[in-house]
Design a protein. Structure first.
Lengths: 305, 327, 379
């Protein structure tokens, strides 16, 4: 095992974490502002990927597909907010869990109805295909480097939006005291629709960007959803900064764990068993991390609880 | 007896009458479906103690359900392979006896709940939902990748385990057994809700600060309730494994946790018979819609959505009105 | 037909005159028609029903149900079909873990089970059963084909990879069974994993000259796209599952040139196969996959046995099945003593044919292969 390989794996972990951040940011925003736990967030990720694949397939342009994914996920988010979600703000978490669990079923089977059961084709745009050589001689896919850049840029934009703009002030005020800002004349239901659509658009964008690397198929959102939950719980629910730190922590833990644990076990076990046991433990590692964080800090790293 | 009391009797009698009628009409599959309802309802009764009485929203009860199922398989598999359960430190044989398996599953579910609850109850609210989910996922991945008990393939137990005096392979007799266990658990649950412990628990849910001032430690009261809840769900897991004569990691998946929660909410949270009504409705919907279209889950989702949005308090709550369990 | 998951296909057509067993036969198909793995079950069903339609035998009744890829649902459907629908034969399960849940119980109740896909080692060896037939293969076969051919294809230092679950562990063992080169890296990934950057970095660093993967469904699509983009460029080989008609379109050009072990291919040159491929395309407007071919063969095997014996006479019907007196789309077809196919295993290559991607045979890997667990079967 060389140092270069370790650095490359760390880069992979960082890139994975940044992608998780895009999912987690929307989720944590919606929870922080509206107090809503949304299991259907993964479905919006899927909507983004399908919209991008469909438009890119029809027009031949990945970039048009990317725009379509933002629009479709935001529209789906706004629609769901107006018809279902806004009836849930006053309910307890239990009703929210059940209603959004039902939404997963509706989205998944609805998508299958529209697009069929076979996975769709979506590929990396030609301009970004192939590897580039980094200092130190690492060949690294350009697209993944771009993903890290986009993710960090969006993190920056979100910090700016929340910290520096009028909408951000309202969002923060809404988190702190929703009755008060309603009394001050802010149209709270419109604010909620905007925030929910924004969160949905982020999930859709993540779906499209990741969809180019993965399989665009029904059910693709659910594994990512659970990871995104792990991320925001580690980071502290409602905190964008927590989501960023949590996402990178989870990305690094997962990637490095999968890489290092089998090597570690093979020092004192037979190779074949070591890879199997190491992989088994690696698949549990992020949940162990999460339990560990919550035992020490029950409100997450940057949470208020 | 209020409206809810009448309704409870109706539900209890219906769950008895349907399989009996199906048996008389020689429709064994309906009997099997009724057995499934009784067993899933039992899992829901377990969850309802945490959820309804204790206000602990656990999205990880599949862990206890699956552990109960695996307890059954671990005990019964050596018997069908003609091997001892363990040889060290003492030689122990496996068993095919349901009462022993039930005891083991209940203990295993309870112990797992003690470990998971002790850590999870340090948090509350959404954090609690998520950490229970995480523990469930942890066990799920462990079960998939650990080769000793079949990994993702699971284990088949070819012949259903035995119960003294009954032929458990006969659908109606196994159904009666599951029904009996469910009724016993409901009775226990009702006694628990009305006991001093139940009152302390409900106090810890509604106002932890005041309970603490009265000298009740909310943490230990809630943990005890969580352990009882996990134990009952573990027992349901063992029965479910016996119904299918099969266990696999699918029992531990987060969708299973979601479904158990759906039973409770559909029927009515904190209602004694809520899980029974909820499980019955869910299985009925699944069975009816499944025959209609490839996309039946879409309609299941819409039906669930309609119930959450417009039938608050679940089935029992809608039919029986606002009055709640502690009448 | 597509929209109905449960259908009673009592096909109205002329009965073949002068046939021995004219008693009706009821077959229950349990397969995955909803959720993530639905494309495999849909192809199995469509292949099966195509043969049923072409035969037009009114004595064959088919009940189809969706198992949602959940073992407990599959078990309950099997109970329902046996108890309520009173089926004589069960078939259709795609996944090994579902087969392990259903098959032992069904055969114990005296029903026949014909496998259209999953054929785990447990059922091939110690757990073989006179009422269980695998029409498709034994699970290890396609991995063995890849292993036997890899050295011929110039892969002498292989990096091998599969998800960490029983089928994955069997896969790597199957590959190694006939592989003559050196294994320089062996990695188990997480089931359902979607990001393979870490594994690809390990491949690059391993000094391998070829990669064997078993990553079914979406996992394979993700890996192949990411692998192509990484520029590692070493030859890739795997079993047919990862490069099947149902998924290669989603991989796009990234899949071109990939080798895969198989026992069937759309370009296999025999009359039955030509009729099948053309009939399937005409009926459903797409090319068939291996799953469709297994479904088609299973239905034809069943029809051939029906023509010879009455299913109520289990011994005679079993003998009729064992004779395998039908025109398989795979050409020569016979059952081994454990009632698994003895067949030629091929290696195919993913090629572009006009607008679509498909597979073409490049060579034979092993001839007349049965399976590794034959001796353990005492029957």
């Amino acid at each position: 095992m060389s140092v270069m390989l370790l650095i490359e794996q760390a880069l992979n972990g960082l890139q994975y974490g940044v992608m998780l951040f895009l999912m987690a940011a929307g989720l944590t925003l919606v929870f922080g502002v509206m107090g809503l736990i949304n299991l259907a967030h993964g479905s919006l990720f899927m909507v983004g990927a399908f919209a991008c694949a469909a438009v890119a397939g029809a027009t031949g342009s990945f970039w048009l597909g990317l725009a379509a994914s933002l629009a479709a996920a935001a529209a789906a988010g706004a629609l769901v907010e107006l018809t279902v979600i806004r009836r849930l703000y006053a309910r307890d978490h239990l009703d929210q869990v059940l209603a959004t669990f039902a939404l997963i079923l509706v989205f998944s089977e609805g998508t299958r109805w529209l697009f069929g059961s076979f996975p769709l084709y979506l590929d990396i745009p030609d301009a970004l295909a192939g590897p580039v050589t980094l200092p130190g001689g690492i060949d690294y896919p350009l697209y993944r480097l771009v993903l890290i850049g986009i993710g960090l840029a969006i993190a920056g934009a979100l910090f700016w939006l929340i910290g520096r703009t009028r909408l951000g002030i309202r969002i923060r005020a809404g988190e702190a005291d929703r009755e008060m800002i309603a009394a001050l004349g802010v149209d709270i239901s419109k604010l909620y629709t905007i925030v929910f659509a924004l969160g949905a658009a982020l999930a859709g964008l993540a779906g499209a960007l990741v969809g180019a690397l993965q399989s665009v198929q029904v059910g693709m959102g659910e594994p990512v959803l659970i990871l995104a939950f792990v991320v925001i719980v580690i980071g502290g629910i409602g905190s964008i900064k927590g989501a960023l730190v949590g996402a990178i922590l989870v990305g690094l833990t997962d990637t490095l764990g999968r890489f290092l644990l089998p090597i570690l076990f093979s020092t004192f076990m037979e190779t074949s068993a070591a890879t199997s046991v190491g992989a088994a433990l690696a698949s549990m590692l992020i949940y162990i991390l999460m339990a560990g964080v919550l035992v020490v800090r029950p409100g997450g790293l940057y949470g208020r609880a | 007896m209020g409206r809810e009391g009448v309704l409870n009797w109706v539900v209890a009698l219906a769950l008895l009458a349907v399989p009996l009628a199906a048996h008389a009409l020689d429709e064994p599959f309906i009997v099997t479906l009724a057995t499934k309802v009784a067993i899933l309802a039992l899992a829901g009764v377990g969850l309802n103690i945490a959820l309804g009485l204790g206000g602990m929203v656990s999205l990880g009860h599949a862990a206890f359900f699956g552990i109960g199922g695996y307890a059954m398989a671990v005990l019964a598999a050596p018997v069908q392979a003609y091997e001892p359960l363990m040889t060290w430190p003492v030689e122990l044989p496996g068993t095919k006896s349901m009462p022993v398996i039930w005891l083991a599953a209940t203990l295993a579910g309870g112990l797992a709940a003690l470990a998971i609850g002790a850590l999870s109850l340090r948090t509350s609210g959404v954090y609690f939902i998520m950490i229970t989910l995480a523990f469930g996922q942890m066990l799920y991945y462990f079960a998939i990748s650990w080769p000793a008990y079949g990994g993702e393939d699971g284990i088949s137990i070819y012949v259903r385990n035995g119960f003294p005096g009954l032929n458990t392979l006969d659908p109606i007799q196994f159904c009666a057994l599951a029904y009996g266990v469910l009724m016993a658990a409901l009775l226990f649950s009702r006694m628990l809700a009305r006991s001093c412990f139940g009152l302390a628990l409900s106090g810890a849910r509604q106002n932890p600060a005041r309970s603490a001032a009265l000298g009740i430690r909310p943490y230990s009261v809630k943990l005890t309730a969580f352990v009882i809840s996990g134990a009952i769900t573990g027992l349901a897991g063992a029965l479910f494994a016996d119904l299918n004569r099969f266990v696999s990691p699918a029992m531990l998946s987060w969708q299973t946790s979601g479904e158990i929660m759906v039973f409770v909410i559909l029927g009515g949270v904190a209602r004694l018979f809520g899980p029974v009504a909820g499980a019955a409705l869910f299985i009925l919907l699944e069975h009816l819609l499944g025959g209609v279209s490839d996309y039946w889950k879409l309609f299941l989702g819409l039906a669930l959505l309609g119930i959450v949005l417009f039938a608050r308090g679940g089935l029992i709550g809608t039919l029986a009105g606002r009055e709640v369990a502690h009448d | 037909m597509n929209a109905k998951s449960k259908l009673l296909a009592a096909v109205a057509a002329l009965a073949m005159a002068g046939v021995a067993g004219a008693e009706p036969l009821k077959v229950g198909m349990i397969t995955t028609l909803s959720g993530g793995g639905a494309s495999l079950g849909i192809d199995t069903r469509d292949g099966f029903m195509l043969a049923v339609k072409q035969a037009g035998n009114p004595d064959l009744e088919v009940v189809i149900e969706d198992d949602q890829r959940k073992p407990d649902v599959a078990v309950q459907l099997a109970d329902k079909m046996i108890q309520s629908d009173k089926v004589d034969v069960l078939t259709g399960i795609v996944w090994s873990n579902l087969a392990m849940a259903v098959v032992p119980a069904a055969t114990a109740q005296g029903k026949f089970y014909l496998s259209t896909n999953a054929a785990p080692s447990q059922l091939a060896g110690k757990g073989c059963n006179p009422n269980y037939f695998s029409v498709s293969y034994q699970n290890d076969n396609l991995h063995e084909a890849a292993g036997a051919y890899a050295a011929k294809a110039g892969i002498t230092r292989a990096f091998i990879m599969a998800p960490n679950y029983p089928a994955g562990q069997d896969s790597l063992a199957g590959f190694k069974r006939f592989y003559e080169g050196e294994v320089v890296g062996e990695v188990y990934t997480q089931l359902g994993q979607t990001d393979y950057a870490g594994e690809i970095a390990q491949i690059r660093a391993s000094g391998a000259d070829g990669v064997f993967i078993f990553l079914p469904g979406g996992m394979g699509i993700s890996f192949v796209k990411q692998y192509a983009d990484s520029g590692v460029g070493l030859p890739l080989i795997g079993p047919a599952f990862s490069f099947e008609q149902t998924i290669i379109q989603a991989m796009g050009d990234a899949a071109l040139g990939v080798l895969n072990g198989a026992n069937w291919s759309p370009d296999l040159d025999n009359a039955a196969n030509t009729a099948f491929v053309e009939g399937f395309a005409a009926e459903y407007g797409r090319l068939p996959s291996v799953y469709a071919s297994y479904g088609y063969d299973t239905a034809n095997l069943l029809l051939s046995a029906m023509a010879k014996a009455d299913v109520k006479d289990a011994d005679a019907f079993r003998a009729a099945l064992r004779a395998a007196d039908f025109d398989s789309v795979r050409g020569d077809f016979a059952f081994s003593p454990s009632q698994h196919p003895v067949q030629d295993l091929y290696v195919r290559e993913v090629v572009r044919d006009g607008d679509i991607l498909t597979n073409r045979i490049v060579g034979t890997a092993i001839e007349d292969r049965s399976h590794a667990y034959e001796d353990a079967c005492k029957m």
